[in-house]
Design a protein around this ligand. Structure first.
Ligand SMILES: [Fe+2]
Ligand SMILES: [Fe+2]
Length: 172
């Protein structure tokens, strides 16, 4: 039996990983022939593993997915395309903003699951993925994310959007 907390966690993380995969797909649509293509593909491949894992949990534990998936499909891809069109630094700034938000989000989930022994495997999954999200953030920083024009504003806008997406996907 899936309790309410785990259900909310699985629903929102499935939505988030879906969105993340779409962001990198959008960036690859623009930068697929750039020198960053391999890096973007590496991150997209990891997001796909994250997404497949949560899709598996959605099915196995009969969690209702968020009704907003069609929206995250378009919004994620659009965010990827727009930031990539602004340049590789803006694309990397998007990655840093998204992954920093997800790091906080996953850390909070790990803390919330701390005392729930039944959910130890879910917690371990989240911890593993969080380490990879931090790797993505570091890739963004190593590729001059902070030198993007309007970095602070861009970062703030994307983080605000991510947080709104998280709040909606937990419930809707
Ligand atoms: Fe991910
Ligand atoms: Fe990521």
């Amino acid at each position: 039996m899936t309790n309410q907390l785990s259900e909310r966690i699985i629903r929102v993380d499935h939505a988030g990983e879906y969105g993340a995969a779409r962001i990198y797909a959008g960036q690859l649509a623009v930068l697929g022939r750039s020198r960053h293509a391999g890096t973007l593909q590496h991150m997209k491949d990891q997001e796909q593993v994250h997404l497949d894992t949560f899709a598996g949990l959605i099915a196995a534990r009969r969690v209702r997915p968020t009704a907003l998936l069609p929206f995250w499909n378009i919004a994620g891809f659009a965010l990827g395309v727009v930031t990539a069109a602004m340049g590789t630094r803006a694309a990397m700034a998007c990655t840093v903003a998204v992954e920093e938000t997800i790091d906080e989000h996953y850390a909070a989930q790990e803390a919330a699951l701390e005392t729930d022994e039944d959910e130890a495997p879910l917690r371990a999954t989240i911890a593993k993925f969080r380490a990879e999200e931090l790797e993505h953030r570091d890739i963004g920083l190593a590729n001059e994310a902070e030198k993007a024009i309007g970095y602070r504003l861009l970062s703030r806008v994307i983080k605000t959007g991510c947080k709104a997406a998280i709040a909606l996907s937990e419930r809707v």
